[in-house]
Design a protein. Structure first.
Length: 444
């Protein structure tokens, strides 16, 4: 009991960081339908938003692992928070100039800060107690990450998707005064939330620096690992591919859910169901106090994204308890199999069934990232920081898989293109059942 109390406060402090980067990551998703309409982008071009965001993981993860091995996990987290705060401030001029490239640059810097934060925080949480419960612990921390991803769609629906977006032809038809007014409204819809976030992140960095955290991974034995030796561990390399396809699949679904629901005619679905009408009204009024009749169609669709990320949050709390009894690899394989089934249902049906089957995928996504991560860094010892860097590099899957899914969707439609996402979950099933056991002295 004393050991648990020793790590309780550090766990709470680190968990607050999980919340912040989850919230910000999904808030970025909300920009996609707005940018797609304003700049008249194809699905593939809209996916470039995620490409800019997640490419930062490939650029910053390995340098982040090197930096953290030199300055420590706590200082690494502080550097990540400050970088994120500065990046949020960049959204102000990006929105003012309304240049797509500046938006992409701001997202790249923001993701760089999140990357450094993840390289530091994930292995630190895994080390805050016995190794046999590392997956359970990381799932609990990731549950608060999911709390951030659950709240973010409601905030985005209230502030980013709240007004109707005009196309270029509609903008050209406006008078000069109305055009300037429209641009100012567009800018403020993005500027306000991200400026507030920037202030919060810098403040959190200052608060975080005041805490004294145990030096669990800071000893000399953890300062001399190298990437070449770490990559010789097959369960790590296969796990990195697992992170790549998992993040790509999760982000591909989350990024296109608003457009997916628009294609399913979400407005008619809501109007035809008392439950969905009540749910949409309740969720929208939590933050914005907007009547259902006043919501734009995109705002209505964005509101239901709550259930996708909310399912991941609930699933991680539940998964944290299940993993006290069930092996992480077995649970990972089972959940991947369920998601493949749900994708096939959504592909081959329509209406409410197609909508809710794809939303339920969030529930079974819940334990995947923390389970793959802990299975991959198990028994790495002095190579833990490097292993974390490699795994966070693999988050770049979120840069490649969404635009590829978008490219396929441009040809055959968002619904039929889900087969591509199903292939990603098939690999995760294999890793949970077989790949995670390679190089391990005992079954994970």
């Amino acid at each position: 009991m004393g050991e648990k109390n020793k790590y309780l406060v550090p766990f709470i402090v680190i968990t607050s960081l999980f919340f912040m980067w989850g919230f910000i990551t999904v808030l970025v998703d909300a920009l996609i339908p707005r940018l797609r309409d304003v700049f008249e982008l194809t699905y593939f071009q809209a996916g470039i938003v995620q490409f800019a965001f997640f490419t930062a993981y490939a650029v910053f993860s390995i340098p982040g692992g090197y930096l953290i091995s030199r300055i420590g996990y706590k200082n690494g987290a502080i550097v990540g928070l400050i970088t994120m705060g500065i990046a949020c401030a960049l959204f102000y001029p990006a929105a003012s100039f309304r240049i797509f490239g500046i938006f992409l640059a701001a997202m790249f810097v923001l993701a760089g800060g999140i990357t450094i934060l993840q390289v530091a925080a994930n292995p630190y949480v895994a080390a805050l107690g016995p190794s046999k419960t590392a997956s359970s612990r990381l799932n609990l921390a990731q549950a608060f990450n999911s709390l951030g991803t659950t709240i973010a769609p409601l905030v985005s629906a209230a502030f980013i998707l709240s007004s109707s977006v005009l196309t270029s032809s509609e903008i050209d038809a406006l008078s000069e005064t109305d055009r300037l007014s429209y641009f100012a409204t567009e800018a403020s819809a993005v500027q306000g939330p991200f400026i507030v976030l920037g202030v919060v992140l810098i403040g959190l960095a200052l608060v975080f620096s005041a805490f004294k955290l145990p030096n669990i991974l800071e000893g000399d034995e953890h300062q001399h690992g190298n990437y070449r030796s770490a990559l010789k561990k097959r369960h790590l390399t296969f796990g990195a591919l697992g992170i790549f396809v998992y993040v790509g699949a999760e982000v591909a679904i989350g990024s296109y859910l608003v457009n997916y629901f628009l294609n399913l005619d979400v407005q008619s679905l809501v109007e035809g169901s008392a439950f969905m009408t009540g749910a949409a009204t309740f969720l929208s009024r939590i933050f914005s106090n907007v009547q259902l009749s006043e919501m734009s169609v995109a705002q209505l669709a964005g509101t239901f994204v709550f259930f996708y990320w909310g399912g991941a949050m609930v699933g991680r709390f539940i998964g944290s308890a299940i993993l006290q009894k069930v092996k992480a690899g077995n649970l990972l394989a089972t959940y991947a199999g369920v998601n493949i089934t749900l994708l096939l249902i959504s592909m081959t049906t329509g209406g409410y069934v197609a909508m809710w089957s794809i939303l339920c995928i969030g529930l079974f996504n819940s334990i995947m990232f923390p389970n793959i991560f802990t299975l991959s860094i198990k028994n790495l010892g002095e190579h833990t920081a490097q292993g974390s860097g490699i795994l966070c590099t693999a988050i770049v899957g979120g840069a490649f898989i969404p635009p590829l899914y978008g490219r396929i969707a441009d040809s055959i439609g968002l619904q039929s293109a889900l087969f591509f996402v199903a292939i990603c979950y098939a690999y995760i099933l294999w890793y949970g059942k077989f790949g995670s056991n390679l190089d391990q002295p005992e079954s994970a």
